[in-house]
Design a protein around this ligand. Structure first.
Ligand SMILES: [Zn+2]
Length: 164
């Protein structure tokens, strides 16, 4: 028995019905979505997408970190991405704590995380504006590539496009 047996069992059933779509790793609809790791978000479902359509980049808070930028560069030049949607969400855990809060919490368990930046989100609108600007002004991404931000409401399932 391992802590992962439920998953391996489920996969056995999945693979029995699996049909190879023949898709490549390119984003069929030319889209990359940057969103949060929140387990309530179904990025494909809420955007009417299916496997093969888009690159989905997830982290805590849907933040445009150095690693997200690195991944977007690869997605654009190697994998067919031509537009990027940054999609944070309501009720995000990252907007409820600050970096010092996280350091204090881990400290209680004897772990010093002060060398890590958690990119917590004191102001979601400001963070989204900052992250969109980061993509738009990146010297490594094509000028004029469509970039948008939208907040996903985990209670209603609705997406509200950001006005900037
Ligand atoms: Zn979140």
């Amino acid at each position: 028995m391992s802590a992962f047996d439920d998953l391996y069992d489920a996969n056995t059933r999945f693979a029995e019905k699996f049909g190879d779509s023949g898709l490549t790793g390119r984003a069929g609809r030319g889209l990359a979505v940057v969103t949060c790791m929140d387990s309530r978000i179904d990025p494909l479902g809420l955007l009417g997408l299916k496997p093969g359509d888009a690159k989905i980049l997830r982290n805590a808070g849907a933040r445009v970190t150095d690693d997200v930028l690195r991944t977007l560069v690869l997605a654009v030049y190697l994998l067919g991405v031509e537009r990027v949607l940054v999609m944070p969400h309501t009720d995000c855990g990252m907007s409820k704590v600050t970096d010092p809060d996280v350091h204090a919490l881990t400290q209680e368990r004897g772990v010093d995380t002060r060398s890590l930046e958690f990119h917590t989100v004191p102001d979601q609108s400001e963070a989204l504006r900052h992250d969109l600007t980061r993509i738009r002004t990146s010297p490594f991404l094509p000028e004029g590539m469509p970039i948008a931000g939208a907040i996903y409401d985990v209670r209603t399932g609705r997406l509200t496009p950001a006005a900037f």
